[in-house]
Design a protein around this ligand. Structure first.
Ligand code: AMP
Length: 145
């Protein structure tokens, strides 16, 4: 299955904040939207980085609550691994496993954000595919028997 199909099912909304938003604002958005990572945009609205709950935990463990007033740009990861809608679920699993992250922004040819895929989306697709395969195998065995 391709990323395109995942986005068709889950939607293309990208939860994001500008680089100068505070870490506190990020914690509120992560909590209210019940998600694990936010895309951080530059002044032109382009992808500037990604901030996940792990970055928040790291910031709080090293700087305590003073971190909450500082901009997200201090704590985000700047070298963001992205994918396109044509990538497959297998490509994403490989990317997430190698890079040890659980979120991948989807971009188009011009670098515009088209959505975000999380490890939860990937696992859901895998479970659906496995269930479908098991059902068709059961059908095959029943027909053969
Ligand atoms: P996660 O597992 O997605 O919560 O993120 C773990 C770490 O990887 C955090 O430091 C994130 O900022 C970083 N990270 C998350 N997604 C990506 C990505 N697509 N590319 C590069 N780094 C990422």
């Amino acid at each position: 299955m391709q990323v395109m199909q995942i986005l068709r099912e889950k939607g293309r909304e990208v939860m994001s904040l500008p680089c100068d938003a505070t870490l506190f604002e990020a914690t509120r958005m992560l909590s209210q939207k019940r998600i694990g990572a936010l895309v951080i945009r530059d002044g032109q609205g382009r992808l500037a980085g990604i901030l996940s709950e792990r970055d928040v935990v790291r910031a709080l463990s090293t700087e305590s609550i003073t971190a909450l007033a500082r901009p997200v740009s201090v704590y985000m990861t700047r070298a963001v691994a992205t994918c396109t809608e044509l990538d497959t679920v297998e490509d994403l699993m490989e990317m997430m496993t190698q890079g040890r992250f659980r979120h991948v922004p989807v971009v188009d040819e011009s670098g515009q954000l088209r959505g975000v895929v999380s490890i939860g989306d990937v696992v859901r697709v895998q479970i659906e595919e496995t269930s479908r395969e098991a059902a068709s195998l059961r059908q095959y065995i029943a027909a053969a028997g």
